[in-house]
Design a protein around this ligand. Sequence first.
Ligand code: NAD
Length: 270
Amino acid sequence: MANQLLKGKKGIISGALDENSIAWKVALKAKEEGAEFVLTNAPVALRMGKINELAEACNTIVIPADATKVEDWENLYSQSMERFGGKMDFMLHSIGMSPNVRKGRDYGDLKYEWFQQSLDISALSFHKMLQTAEKMDALNEWGSVVALSYIAAQRAFASYSDMAQAKAVLESIARSYGERYGRLKKVRVNTISQSPTKTTAGTGIDGFDAFYAYAESLSPLGNASADDCANYVLAMFSDYTRMVTMQNLFHDGGFSFCGISDVIVDKMKP
Ligand SMILES: NC(=O)c1ccc[n+]([C@@H]2O[C@H](COP(=O)([O-])OP(=O)(O)OC[C@H]3O[C@@H](n4cnc5c(N)ncnc54)[C@H](O)[C@@H]3O)[C@@H](O)[C@H]2O)c1
């Protein structure tokens, strides 16, 4: 289905850990659509080695960056712009991690040091990505920046824990920075709120299989896959969505606007 939608566009894709990662699918499809990009992930993720396979398939390089460190963003942008010989057009923030979730801490017994790490890695990193890009003038006019979110930013999902707060902050940063960057440089900033997806980050949530099955039963179109999410990300990087900014865009098969479905009614019948 490739149409060279991103021909001539250059960018950065973060967060590809393995072939299940949403960012992995974005990279493969962006390549098909004619984009040039560099891949980045935390040094610890690079040690797994998988991302090098993706880099080879996409004919590109991997530049390590811990998303919580401003100096790593600076290095990533200067190396990327050197490679491209100029500014970039798109960036994907596909980064999330909560030590409290990972280590199974109950929401009534959170470790606050870890809570701060969840916010730093999963939300403030988005501000660092944007602020450093603005300071280094790394993006062309009409550039597009997308981060991935989840509906726990708006509604309570018990085991999503402190990641719910991180996603609320992430979406708020998209609005505030989108307003600023749009006015200054016509750069657009959005979040895509994706269905539960079977990835390392997704399946790390306690009860993920139930989240997944419930959303599948409630959504009229079913859960959106990682491949479908990648298509939406590419649409947001393309010139067909030039006037879309500061939005949280639900990509969830209709889940966010459903109350109950016949499938769930049938399941709940005594
Ligand atoms: N899987 C789902 O159900 C789901 C649903 C909605 C939104 N999302 C979001 O999608 C994004 C991508 O997650 P995924 O589901 O593809 O899982 P994933 O585990 O494949 O990707 C998460 C990535 O974050 C990276 N990361 C963690 N700490 C980092 C740091 N300090 N610096 C740089 N990178 C770091 C990891 O190395 C990994 O590549 C996340 O923001 C996640 O919250 C996922």
